[in-house]
Write a protein that binds this ligand. Sequence first.
Ligand code: PMV
Length: 332
Amino acid sequence: MTDRKNIVQNILKNKNTKIALKEFPPVFAPTNIALCKYWGKRDLLLNLPITSSLSISLGKKGTTTTLKAIDAPFDRVILNKQTVSEDSEFYQRLVEFLNLIPNRVIHFEIETSSNIPTAAGLASSASGFAALTLALNNFFQWQLTPTELSIMARLGSGSACRSIWQGFVEWHAGSREDGMDSFAEPINQQWAELCIGLNILSSQEKPIGSRDAMKRTVETSPFYSAWPNKVKEDLHLLKQAITQKDIILLGKTAESNALCMHATMMSTWPPVVYALPETISSMRKVWELRQQGVNVYFTQDAGPNIKLLFLQQDSAIIKENFNPMEILQPFN
Ligand code: PMV
């Protein structure tokens, strides 16, 4: 059986491990929102997905991380200027990730700050593990290739492998047992007018993390068997929509993909429902606006928040109808 440590050892086999004594400037990784979701793993330890997925990175929304070696018996983690308790799951996940480095003798202070709510279904773990991977690469001067960076970030959190890049990104599921063919790559297309609207309805911790919810879905949803085919079709349509800059095709495909993912979750036992009443109200508002001829669509991840997809020309009407609403233009 391949474990995470073997993979990292393999990646680092012929790399430098010079420790830079100077401090590096902070590194940044964007968060990303999947237009075709990653939902279900074929390997729980290596975060290997059952299907490929496609996302868009959110420009300046993400995580900034600084790493320094400290003379202390433990690692120290500072999140948004607050020291994180060693008992917390957040701390444990980061330290487990650091422990994948072969023969690690140094302890780190990881100072990390995120301009998105942590654990509210806005993929903060994606930007967090991507930023940490980039920071480690700088710190040890490994000079990892983009593919290796993506694979390593994936070991922290699946969707982190997509946060190595800005813009549209595809994560290839791969089929190898060791996951060396499961990494993300950018799709070389720009779309300046494309807007993402963040309708943050709750920043509270979600009732169940995506890791457990995915596992439960794969194990107990009678609808999960239909999911891989849905993804295959949607990936094809999304790529077509991106190339043709077709907001209707992009929006329709992303919204339908998100609703199908949530349908697989609702059919698990015990059921997993991330939507709050406010989530449903926002969805209804999107459908009403569409009836009035506005090309606006939504997507939803493992949390209650809604992310809207539309073009710049409709920004004013979107702002009028949704509160709160933060509009991002990932390509500007
Ligand atoms: O990478 P994780 O374990 O945070 O899972 C991400 C799951 C979704 O956000 C719901 C879908 C996705 O592709 O990002």
